[in-house]
Write a protein that binds this ligand. Structure first.
Ligand SMILES: Cc1cc2nc3c(=O)[nH]c(=O)nc-3n(C[C@H](O)[C@H](O)[C@H](O)COP(=O)(O)O)c2cc1C
Length: 358
């Protein structure tokens, strides 16, 4: 399968987009990502003032998730337009220039980032109210595609996405980090990141279900392309994000925790998985689960199927049953249908798919 894909009129070598963050701190990071298989790279967010970050500002949180108190780019906007973007472009990177977080900054940077050679612009804002006017103004300042990054921390991210699309946004990036959040190091009793009151922002595996929800809700209401970003750590996550309606898949935490070479592995694994699932193109996967999202609650119970020949006796299905409905002995499964509430948890914890439903 050819995993190159056209996105907003530009041919990308793969559907993986590096989300705005530490990997795209400057041209060197962006070129490294491009060489390892990124389809496009979103710059670290460009603002009027270069950021001064608290110390420390990134920590791992559980498996495959992180908290961070990192601000926008610590390079000046002038450095981005004079040096970093032209260098990344000269090396063949598809560059998406991230600009935030105010109307003034849209005024100051959209035209300059466009002229520096960025292929697209991505607008980002901490506040929902400012994103509509920012989009309106950006549309006047550039003819290049403009994406708007929605935040799960806004009160109505779906409405905001539809609002900016009406104002001429070409696509949506869903989504930004989740927060505020707090982690405490129990040895030192100190917060894990040095933001005010230990505040940070959550990324990675823990936020994937939130991102999937927003991608699906937006994709159900528009045909405009979506960068599905949030919690994609492996090929299965990437395919799930595409199925929810993403056109291409954003990654930030994954290449940070697993190394930049992981992008190449991910591309190969996405290709193999897509083929195994019977897809011929990445585009075919996009939105393919949307028609299965029910308009109202499912009220029909399902039936269980147990296959003793593949069961590994791990007993997870029995252990997790809150209603004590399940019993497994010598590969004979008993279910007390009076006690069972058909919650489905037992099926989802089976590591070998010995327990399924139909
Ligand atoms: C350390 C760090 C710094 C980030 N900085 C920015 C930023 O400057 N601008 C921005 O729009 N998003 C920023 N993000 C958010 C990511 O672009 C992305 O939306 C988020 O991490 C979710 O994707 P992930 O789960 O794949 O990491 C940052 C994320 C991390 C982890």
């Amino acid at each position: 399968m050819d995993i190159s894909i056209e996105f907003l009129g530009i041919k990308l070598q793969s559907p993986l987009i590096i989300g705005s963050g530490p990997i795209s701190y400057g041209a060197d990071g962006m070129i490294r990502a491009h060489k390892n298989g990124a389809g496009a790279v979103v710059t670290k967010t460009i603002r009027d003032e270069a950021a001064v970050n608290p110390f420390p500002h990134i920590a791992v949180s559980g498996v495959n998730s992180m908290v961070n108190a990192e601000k926008w780019s610590d390079f000046s906007g002038d450095r981005w337009v004079d040096i970093e973007i032209p260098r990344a472009k000269a090396a063949g990177v598809v560059v998406i220039g991230s600009i935030g977080h105010t109307m003034e900054e849209v005024e100051h940077w959209v035209e300059k980032v466009d002229r520096a050679g960025a292929d697209m612009i991505e607008l980002v804002s901490y506040t929902e109210d400012s994103i509509l006017p920012m989009m309106k103004r950006a549309r006047e300042l550039t003819k290049k595609p403009v994406l708007v990054k929605i935040s799960p921390n806004w009160s109505n991210p779906v409405a905001a996405a539809l609002g900016v699309l009406e104002l001429g946004a070409d696509g949506i990036t869903a989504m930004d980090s989740v927060g505020p959040v707090l982690r405490i190091d129990i040895q030192t009793r100190r917060p894990m990141v040095g933001g005010e009151r230990g505040t940070g922002w959550l990324t990675g595996a823990a936020i994937k279900p939130i991102a999937l929800h927003y991608v699906a809700e937006i994709a159900s209401r528009t045909d405009k392309p979506i960068i599905g970003l949030g919690g994609v750590m492996n090929a299965e996550d990437a395919v799930e994000m595409l199925m929810a309606g993403a056109s291409v898949v954003g990654v930030c935490t994954a290449p940070m925790l697993k190394g930049i070479e992981y992008l190449g592995t991910l591309n190969i694994k996405i290709e193999k998985l897509a083929e195994r699932l019977g897809f011929k193109t990445i585009g075919e996967i996009s939105g393919s689960a949307l028609s299965n999202l029910p308009a109202s609650e499912i009220t029909d119970k399902f039936k269980f199927e147990y296959n003793p020949s593949i069961c590994n006796d791990c007993m997870r299905c029995v252990v997790v049953c809150p209603y004590q409905a399940r019993n497994l002995e010598n590969r004979i499964m008993n279910l007390d249908e009076e006690l069972c509430r058909y919650c489905g948890l037992c099926i989802t914890v089976c590591p070998v798919c010995a327990l399924t439903s139909y």
